[in-house]
Design a protein around this ligand. Structure first.
Ligand code: PMP
Length: 381
């Protein structure tokens, strides 16, 4: 139950384990083409140009920064935690001048007014939003923030590593210029794929650049013709694709589309709601400071008084793997639970049960079963 890599469906694992073919085998070309087409559906971006690269989410961030910024370009990072800090570092590495608008405290998000004021100090070539920051479990209101970004003529870039496939997303409808993600979270594929959906304005900005792209591997000049070729069901080569993971991606995206994007987002909301009902009943405080900031893909929970990170170890002894803290300011004070992808009601019950038991063994017995009862009420309600 960590926020990635998550548990994968048997069909995805079977696709991952099938005999590896050539990257130009007709069956693989067809699978790659289908994966690209399905990405548009899952991101809500009929107008977008998808990229599937072998690498992790950080490569998706790196390639985005490398292709969309030139030395001296100004960028605005809406900072909600650890992964927003990472975007700042990557943009600076490619020579961007980064301004950050920060949350007033850990677990909070910059307000729309704060972001608007920051944009007024522009112009900025691009702004970045971390849809769900995995260090704080804070979800941003991407739709509203993207709208003000657009008003100010900046490219809107969304780090959707912890959101795509779990949270509601309508890239074209919300006016987002680029969404990036990785395979191992709500997209439901073992780690190893960096996914980018670049909208028309992002592609135009890339095409207008004067300086060469500072990354060789991540350069869209090389990858754009490859993605177009696979989508046209033609053979091509720049770097060997992660063949088995692309099979798995095709399978997972098919499962996501057949569940239905609205139904899938609703299932994630329901699971998250049940888990939060349980933590509330157990008297545990959450990292996000307001309900509007609660993510559906993961929850950050403070340890109660007199309990420390040994809770994570005790839950593991009960068979449930939780994640420890990540945000440097509160790292030792909280744990994280991912509830995304193929997560079921049974997973929520098992997790809550393990947390209750771990709390009791840590000397905080409380009202045993209160968390499970609250989760059950939430799931039945
Ligand atoms: N952004 C966010 C929001 C993330 O959660 C992560 C990974 N946890 C990353 C970026 C980086 O992805 P990766 O670890 O796959 O490089």
């Amino acid at each position: 139950m960590i926020p990635g890599p998550i548990e994968f469906t048997p069909e995805v694992l079977a696709a991952t384990g099938q005999p590896t073919t050539s990257h130009v085998a007709p069956s693989f070309i067809a699978a790659f083409g289908e994966a690209l087409e399905r990405m548009r559906q899952v991101f809500g971006s009929p107008s977008g140009q998808p990229f599937i690269l072998a690498g992790s989410g950080t490569l998706a961030m790196d390639s985005t920064a490398a292709n969309l910024t030139e030395p001296g370009d100004r960028a605005l990072v809406v900072n909600t935690g650890y992964f927003s800090d990472r975007f700042t570092a990557i943009l600076r590495r490619y020579g961007a001048e980064v301004t950050e608008v920060k949350a007033p405290r850990v677990g909070d998000a910059p307000s729309v007014q704060q972001v608007r004021r920051a944009l007024e100090m522009g112009p900025f070539k691009l702004m970045t939003l971390t849809h769900v920051d995995t260090s704080t479990a804070v979800r941003l209101d991407v739709r509203s923030l993207a709208a003000i970004g657009r008003e100010h003529g900046t490219l809107v870039v969304v780090d959707g590593v912890c959101s795509v496939g779990g949270e509601e997303l309508d890239q074209d409808g919300w006016g987002v210029d680029l969404v990036l993600t990785a395979s191992q979270k709500a997209v439901g594929v073992p780690p190893g794929l960096a996914l980018i959906m670049a909208g028309p304005r992002a592609i135009e900005a890339f095409a207008r650049r004067e300086a060469p792209v500072g990354s060789y591997y991540g350069d869209w000049t090389e990858w754009l013709p490859i993605m177009k070729a696979y989508e046209a069901r033609a053979a091509s080569y720049f770097g060997t694709p992660a063949v088995n993971l692309v099979w798995a991606l095709r399978t997972s995206l098919e499962q996501i589309v057949s569940e239905g994007l609205t139904a899938r987002a609703a299932r994630h909301r329901r699971m998250a709601g049940a888990f939060r009902a349980a933590t509330g009943a157990l008297g545990l405080a959450l990292v996000p400071v307001r309900p509007e900031l609660y993510a559906s893909t993961l929850t950050g929970v403070y340890y109660p008084e007199s309990i420390d990170a040994t809770l994570v170890g005790r839950a593991a002894e009960e068979g449930v793997i939780l994640a420890g803290g990540l945000h440097p300011e509160i790292r030792t004070r909280y744990f994280r639970v991912g509830h995304m992808g193929a997560v079921t009601e049974a997973d929520i019950y098992a997790t809550v049960g393990a947390i209750e038991k771990a709390l009791a063994r840590g000397g905080r017995p409380g009202d045993s079963g209160a968390g499970l009862a609250a989760a059950a009420r939430s799931l039945q309600g």
